[in-house]
Design a protein. Sequence first.
Length: 252
Amino acid sequence: MLCSPASAVIDDDDANRAEYLNGWGQYDDASSNPSGFGGWVFDGVAATAGTTDPRYTIASSTTLGPNATGIDSGGVAFKIHEDSPTGLAGASRFFDPSGLNVGETVSFQMAVNFTDGFKGFDLLDNASNNLLNLNVGGGAYNINNETTLIGAFASYQDNTYFTVDITQDSLSGGSFSILREGSVTESVTGTFTGLARSLKFYNGQSTGPENALFVNNLSIVPEPGSFALLSALSVLSSVLFLRRRRSGLNAG
């Protein structure tokens, strides 16, 4: 989805924003609406706003390799990499104030190359139960914890990036679609059970620049029907205002 022209955007964020010019820090939030995404929350970093850590940086996703298409905005994306054979890095984003609303869709892009260790994203509920997971590791791209799944991803390709759309269809569950592009184009769709409260992006037990995980172009949009209704109300309000103004001028 990623902010199509026909969709109103509740909130969005990307790495090419002024708030990240001096680094990507704990609780940083350059999103456009405080009622959409909460600030970034880093694992293993002091709970002090603005604290930076070399595992969480702003860089170009084209550094994944010579064939990398990348998911940059303005030449940069969010980079998550422990760069250690034993460590783990995790960066979370909560949906404020209490989770995705019914009908809302969260979208983002994620780029990878080497599949050493493990990296990907978790969709979590308020109790940190895992509702949906895409894990990259051991030459495979696996969907886990889903309720239903249609499709599968083929084996390793050095140029791989994903566009993920997750919709909260009801208070008890939702649907998702994940498009893989780069060296190959393929997609999966499915459903999950539960109410989404946060996303966590993680990367562990791998070394070298080709094993980094990049994330970018996050957005939350309402269901299409809500956008159409809001647009209609806006147009109606404008029409009524113009009519009142003309009536006032005529009366004068």
